[in-house]
Design a protein around this ligand. Structure first.
Ligand SMILES: *Cc1c(COP(=O)(O)O)cnc(C)c1O
Length: 414
């Protein structure tokens, strides 16, 4: 029998990717076009996108202002290196410093990805420590955190068991339980120069920090002259309603890392530091060929301006994200198949109850068949990171579909 006989038509037409390195388990869909909340596959089938490319395309697919900035810039100038001044970089840095908000003279470094933003933040912390924390170098991060895939960021990620296969990792990192203030108190000893945290742990299942935990982190970091670094790569750029999620907690980090939503799909990252910390870098200490180039700066600036101007049904983006996120959490909770629904704004995690008829990956696949894209984490968690233009109408459609799928599979198994 031909092996392909059992495959669906669409799977038969998927690219075979024979020469693509095997590092991702792909969904059986080839996407070719997007508009707003919608994606279309190679056969013209429509999907509502509740993942936005892992929290990236916040303004929705093919946002006209972003596309215009990209195409205009592409026709003028694409790359010259960081040896030159270019249009848009200074204004983009002004805007990011303003959104950071904790220091009027904050400084920004532009990179190409989240992991590079983290690398830069870690290097800055180490350089700062040479003058401010003699003989100390340890950086503390949380268990089950995620900070990226390059060696420094991977070594900073609080899942050392998983990364053992790449040993030896970069030394100088210690891990502490998340949301455990007592453990944090004990971990922030004399040798520690920086604490790096996510406000909501995204990759491990959407776990928000408690107010008490971040208050303690802020207090001890200040008292002990330890830098507080917040990884806002997933939580930033209005994902939780505020420009950066730390703002919900009233803390003032020394450095933040940003990426995902910053270019609405154009790859770019940045780290932003208080002036007195950024001053530790001298020319030559850090650099990049591509980072902060003409295309990235034009697109990110257009993205941030679009957020400032954007209102959905006359509601500004901050309020809109909060309202729709709250509505989504309520409706998910009412479904009965989730034990716990959590998150801030449109960064939502929901844990399936033990008697749910489907696992998270099975629910994700069934939803995909029915035209809804969500993410599954492990066997039990569904993560939603829709474009921030998502409305209650889209939430209702998703909830109806989950309800129908769960009912169908209950009938099948009974
Ligand atoms: C995605 C992510 C990263 C890594 O970003 P890349 O662009 O994939 O390198 C780092 N930290 C957090 C919190 C993330 O969500």
């Amino acid at each position: 029998m031909n092996m392909n006989d059992t495959k669906t038509i669409s799977e038969n037409t998927l690219p075979d990717e024979h020469h693509v390195m095997d590092t991702f388990a792909r969904m059986g869909v080839e996407l070719v076009r997007g508009e707003g909340m919608e994606l279309f596959d190679a056969e013209g089938k429509r999907y509502y996108d509740f993942l936005s490319g892992i929290g990236v395309v916040g303004l929705g697919h093919s946002n006209p202002a972003v596309v215009k900035a990209l195409t205009d810039q592409a026709q003028k100038l694409t790359h010259v290196s960081n040896f030159f001044y270019i249009e848009h970089r200074s204004e983009l840095a002004d805007k990011l410093a303003e959104l950071f908000g904790v220091d009027a003279n904050a400084k920004v470094f532009f990179a190409n990805s989240g992991t590079e933003a983290v690398e830069g933040a870690l290097k800055l912390a180490r350089k700062w420590a040479r003058e401010n924390k003699k003989n100390a170098h340890t950086i503390v991060t949380a268990r089950n955190s995620f900070h990226g895939r390059t060696f420094g960021a991977m070594s900073a990620t609080g899942q050392p068991e998983r990364n053992d296969v790449f040993a030896p990792l970069v030394p100088g990192f210690e891990f502490v339980a998340f949301n455990d203030s007592e453990a944090l108190d004990a971990a922030l000893g004399d040798k520690v120069i920086a604490l790096m945290l996510e406000v909501i742990q995204g990759e491990s299942g959407v776990w928000p920090a408690t107010q008490e935990y971040l208050d303690s982190a802020q207090k001890w970091c200040k008292e002990r002259n330890i830098l507080l670094i917040i990884d806002e790569i997933q939580t930033g750029i209005y994902r939780t309603g505020e420009p950066f999620a730390f703002e919900h907690y009233g803390i003032e980090p020394d450095i933040i890392a940003s990426a995902k939503g910053l270019g609405n799909g154009f790859p770019l990252g940045a780290f932003i530091a208080k002036d007195e910390v950024a001053a530790a870098f001298a020319p030559g200490d850090h650099g990049t060929t591509f980072g902060g180039g003409p295309l990235a700066c034009a697109v990110a600036l257009a993205t941030l301006k679009e957020y400032e101007a954007l209102s959905i049904d006359e509601v500004p983006i901050k309020e809109h994200v909060t309202t729709v996120g709250t509505y989504a959490k309520e409706r998910l909770s009412e479904l009965g198949c989730f034990d716990q629904v959590r998150g801030i704004g449109l960064m939502i995690g929901a844990t399936l109850s033990e008697n749910a008829p489907l696992s998270a990956p099975a629910l994700r696949d069934a939803l995909c068949d029915h035209g809804f894209i969500v993410n599954a984490i492990g066997d039990t968690i569904i993560r939603l990171l829709p474009p921030l233009i998502c409305t209650n109408m889209h939430i209702d459609a998703l909830i109806d579909e989950i309800y129908a799928i769960m009912n169908d599979s209950r009938e099948e198994t009974s």
